[in-house]
Design a binder for this molecule. Sequence first.
Ligand SMILES: [Zn+2]
Ligand SMILES: [Zn+2]
Length: 247
Amino acid sequence: MKTISLFASLVLEFLFPEGCRICGSMLISGESSFYGLCHSCRDGFAVETASRCEKCGKPLISESCFCLSCRAILETKDESKTQMSYDRLISLFPYTGKWKKLLKAFKFGKSIPLGRFLSERLLEALVLLKADEGEKPVLVPVPPRPGKIRKTGWDQVESLAVLLKKNREAPPVLRCLKRLKSETQKKLNRKRRQENLRGRVFAKGNIPKICVLFDDVITTGSTMDACAKALKDSGAEKVYGICLFYD
Ligand SMILES: [Zn+2]
Ligand SMILES: [Zn+2]
């Protein structure tokens, strides 16, 4: 199956050349055309297996168990800050430089090939997460803000969900969260983000025991937290998160 897809991608790239979405070099193999990235750019986006913060999942530099910002949150007495309903999180790449360029090329180019590449990195994050505790985990996309798809015709997380659903190596994908209208999160701080989202995310239908939320970028973790809380309130026992970029 994949051989056909690789060949079809190569033919498509030959007819309508787009080149590597990062460095612009010509794509001359099926694999490179399939992912929209040349071999060396793909190598540059390899997932680091370094030890990670047990809470936010960012790679650790010299700390052990928790990164400095999570340690500060876990030690604070201010309850609004300690709320993190998810059990564990893995986030893969810093949202800077070439990684930022990669997400922007995927998002603004609505690029299916880059979506394939990124959805496979999410599956690598899933392996690092070790969420498989007897029961098979189910993947749950973080829902877009209401009206986003209607307005832009596209949502990058939904696009990853579609690609993961097609991938036979991926666990099942269940769109069981719904988000109600709230203020745009971008300009708000952590506390305001949490308040803004409280009660604005709902779970519907039968909720699996082990859920793994996935998202493109994590900033304060408030969205992940609200989604995890909604899943746990509806019966999930464990909620993990995987995320491509951390800001
Ligand atoms: Zn390249
Ligand atoms: Zn952390």
